[in-house]
Design a protein around this ligand. Structure first.
Ligand SMILES: C[S@@+](CC[C@H](N)C(=O)[O-])C[C@H]1O[C@@H](n2cnc3c(N)ncnc32)[C@H](O)[C@@H]1O
Length: 264
């Protein structure tokens, strides 16, 4: 089955309400972590899979020069709309439409970030390797990469009926309750991919369903040792690996938060 791993980011409520449904849980504290890392590395900073600018805007706000790349024009449009409301940031923040597996920005960076598991939407090992090679070429010698992946929890991935609990948010314009539920999951242990179908339902004040739409995404899970080898193969030296954004040691089924340095 060949499906678009990024259908979620191609329009609809997935894009419109992205910021309301992202963050918290295992991503708690991620923006602060990136801000702290940027303070230490300095700029310029490259963010791959920048989306709506959830991470990029705070980085620019903190005074860093940031380039944000994303495959989705519509996600970038939302980031651009935020920047239009913050004209003082436009000289520091640049948005580029592009694919992290194949790009040439003719610029080198002190820090590259791939937050919120964006890298795992590249669902083939070849693509993932190409992405790391491309990122490596865009770093100054000794420049840093921070790569946030989920560590596969096999009970969740393969367990019966173990879908993530629904998430809810209030639509900013209608005030309606929006519930996002994972309604189907197909896990491919050979390709190391998980494909999820997500349904958004919109409820009016009386609790009636007044709208519904479905979307999907796919992610490829990465085993810890596989990622360590891949980083080594593509010219990185691993400095740290955490299981969350507070610096906890590596742990099964949480985040794989890699900090690596481009070898000289
Ligand atoms: C989970 S969102 C992360 C957005 C943002 N970095 C954040 O932390 O909120 C994943 C983003 O990665 C983008 N993406 C997926 N595959 C990509 C690729 N091959 N190249 C560039 N962007 C990609 C999607 O379009 C989406 O905007």
């Amino acid at each position: 089955m060949m499906t678009d791993p990024n259908a979620y980011y191609a329009g609809g409520l997935g894009v419109e309400l992205y910021d309301l449904f992202t963050g918290g849980g295992l991503l708690t504290g991620d923006v602060e972590f990136y801000l702290d890392s940027a303070r230490r590395s300095g700029g310029p900073i490259l963010e791959l899979g920048t989306g709506t600018g959830r991470v990029l805007i705070p980085l620019a706000d903190a005074g860093h020069e940031v380039v944000g790349m994303d495959l989705s024009r519509l996600m970038l449009d939302r980031a651009a709309a935020k920047l239009r409301n913050r004209p003082e940031l436009t000289s520091r923040a640049r948005l580029v439409e592009g694919d992290m597996t194949s790009f040439d920005l003719e610029q080198r960076f002190a820090l590259a970030l791939v937050p919120a598991r964006s890298y795992q939407h590249v669902v083939t090992p070849e693509g993932q390797r190409l992405a790391l090679n491309c990122i490596r070429r865009h770093l100054i010698p000794g420049g840093h990469l921070i790569l946030d992946l989920f560590d596969p929890n096999f009970e969740l991935l393969f367990g019966n009926g173990s879908k993530a609990p629904p998430r809810e948010a209030q639509h900013p314009r209608s005030g309606h309750l929006i519930r996002r539920t994972v309604v189907a999951r197909h896990t491919d242990p050979y390709q190391q991919t998980v494909h999820e179908v997500l349904r958004f339902e919109e409820f009016d004040g009386a609790g009636n369903v007044v709208g519904s739409e479905e979307t999907s995404w796919s992610l490829r899970w990465n085993l810890r040792q596989e990622t360590a080898y891949l980083l080594e193969l593509t010219g990185f030296e691993v400095i740290d690996l955490y299981s969350d954004f507070s610096g906890s040691p590596p742990d099964y089924g949480r985040e794989q938060l890699w900090v690596a340095r481009a070898r000289q």
